[in-house]
Design a binder for this molecule. Sequence first.
Ligand SMILES: [Zn+2]
Length: 71
Amino acid sequence: MPALAEVLSTVAPNGDPRVCDLPTCPVCADSMVAAEASAFVSDNVVSYLWTCDTCGYGFVTKHSLRRFACN
Ligand SMILES: [Zn+2]
């Protein structure tokens, strides 16, 4: 899905997305590998649903897309 790849590549324009964008589980502090799902909150804000593989805890993060290119 090209649109999803575009979103993921523009979430963190500064720095390494693997370091500054991926959250850790607030329950067991395990690192999240990939979001279960994503959804647009507005034109330039996207939310991700994360589920911890270790303890099963689920949570949502929101990210601003500063350089979102739709053309
Ligand atoms: Zn966990």
